[in-house]
Write a protein that binds this ligand. Structure first.
Ligand code: HEC
Ligand code: HEC
Length: 211
């Protein structure tokens, strides 16, 4: 019996060490790629603003606001766009938008969009009274909803209906991610809407308006 318990604890430790090693290997390898040309990206992103640059624009069926991209983390934008392009993240319109983009164009667009974030994003957010349910998110999405890592998305200021939609998708498995799916499964059902409203209320991401 004791031996069995010891074995279980050892297995858990090994799993934890393996996860840490995996992160250590994956993170520098991916962030090294994120070298885009923001000027080229601005040209490329012009058509995107037909949806992302319009205040109040919604996805139809189901109805939710088109996500804000201004000030979003470059590495995360690259992962999202490649996800749509390569079919690991499903959304008909975005798949169509991303299919024709090369890796370099994706890097350029990401560099441009990430550069739009204002002072609040640069400062790491503005202090706001937190909510208990959000403390579990801070390790990755930051104390103020401004992500601490280029590969993880900023949530601060994102549209409430989009955040709620994304959390629902991780929970029902229509959107998958090794890290976030596990996190989303731990959220109490009554906290999903609360978390979406909270992160949406923080200062951060911006709607990218065409100029
Ligand atoms: C016809 C409207 C439309 C156009 C045009 C469009 N998008 Fe989108 N985009 C959406 C919608 C709707 C979503 C949310 C999809 C989902 O739920 O996964 C989205 C999601 C995204 C996301 C994921 C955001 C996140 O927080 O995960 C990125 C990145 C993105 N779009 C970038 C672009 C880029 C770059 C272009 C131009 C090449 C573009 N979009 C053009 C409607 C559009
Ligand atoms: C261990 C790190 C980690 C923790 C803790 C974590 N997340 Fe995430 N989260 C991620 C990663 C990584 C992604 C991007 C996954 C992907 O590409 O789909 C993500 C994505 C998201 C998205 C989608 C954003 C978008 O723009 O589409 C939402 C919403 C979200 N997280 C909410 C939360 C909430 C709420 C909590 C706390 C209850 C939380 N996360 C805790 C790592 C984390």
């Amino acid at each position: 019996m004791e031996t069995y318990k010891f074995q279980v604890i050892m297995n858990m430790k090994i799993a934890a060490i393996a996860a840490t090693l995996l992160l250590a290997v994956v993170i520098p390898a991916q962030s090294a790629l994120a070298e885009g040309d923001a000027t080229a990206g601005k040209e490329l992103a012009y058509t995107c603003l037909g949806c992302h640059g319009i205040e109040g624009y919604r996805n139809a069926y189901p109805s939710y606001r088109v996500p804000k991209l201004g000030g979003q983390k470059a590495g995360y934008l690259v992962i999202a766009l490649k996800g749509y392009r390569d079919g690991t993240r499903a959304h008909p319109t975005m798949e169509a938008q991303a299919t024709s983009l090369s890796d370099q164009e994706i890097e350029d667009i990401a560099a441009y969009l990430a550069s739009i974030g204002g002072d609040t994003v640069a400062r790491g957010g503005s202090d706001a009274p937190g909510i208990a349910a959000a403390t579990a998110c801070a390790a990755c999405h930051g104390d103020n909803g401004i992500s601490v890592n280029a590969l993880w998305p900023t949530l601060a200021g994102q549209h409430e209906s989009y955040l709620e939609r994304a959390l629902g998708q991780y929970r029902d498995g229509t959107r998958g991610d090794v890290v976030m799916s596990a996190q989303a499964a731990l959220i109490a059902v009554e906290d999903v809407a609360l978390l979406a409203r909270y992160f949406a209320s923080l200062e951060g991401l911006e709607t990218t308006k065409p100029d």
